[in-house]
Design a protein around this ligand. Sequence first.
Ligand code: SAH
Length: 288
Amino acid sequence: MPSAGDTRWIEIAVESHPEAVEAVSEILDRVGYNGIAVDVPLDPSRPHVVKAYLVYDHAARFKVRRVKEAIGRLRAFGLGPVSEVAVRRIADEDWLEAWKAQCTPIRIGPFFIRPSWSDARDEGIPLVLDPGMAFGTGLHPTTRQCLEAVGELEVGGRSVLDVGTGSGILAIAAAKCGAAPVVAVDVDPLAVKAARDNAARNAVAVEVREGSADAALGRFDVVLANLVGDVLVEVAPALRARTADGGTLVCAGIVAEKEARVVDALASAGLRVTARDQRDDWVRLTAR
Ligand code: SAH
């Protein structure tokens, strides 16, 4: 039996084909302390590695079994190949280092996304986020697409509304580029709190409100909406109502098969798609 104090954490690691990373992450996220981490290999022929850390307590064995069962079902389901679950105990002091090592800064467009305790020199416009938010999930491709859009749109001096702000990342990025005023809304009260905390951490002025597009007042030069396709269809008229004449709406989170429906909904609301970008299966649409 190891003595208490030297093996207090367990690391669970699963090698995963890129196609299966999201499903594996979801399974590990249910047990992981402070989310999960994804190692993306430099060599694209190598698998991604999804990792979670959990406290080594009486519930750990049960949690590990649950993960093994869920991964087993996933393997039977036949997404891209997924490895067996590797479990190892790690010493307390190693855990924090192991976790921090996962949270390496990410460069996207003009932005440099880093955890608050990183001492990396900023190479670009810094966005400070805590692990579990951006890094835990390896930053979703749709978030990347939207950040790139914020970088390209020259939002300085223009008003911006971020619908479905989550961690607040897009609103904060816009504010850092000089956008004002910046308003962010989310139907999830936890997201509202996270976005407020993150805006404070980045020392930017973002007004965060609980609700959907209609919780914001007025019209905005740029409206960002990284929501799933079905929600975009539903809120298209509200997004239109919030977009100033001559303004720009950026919609993302659309899986390719839903694209036509979103384009139709935007057209019915009076918006015309002027540009599209596709990353893997994810489509981003720009409309006016
Ligand atoms: N903007 C962030 C988060 C996107 S996740 C990013 O780009 O990374 C989508 C967010 O939209 C979630 O936080 C969810 O709570 C919120 N959401 C879902 N439906 C919504 C709706 N109808 N109106 C506003 N927010 C919504």
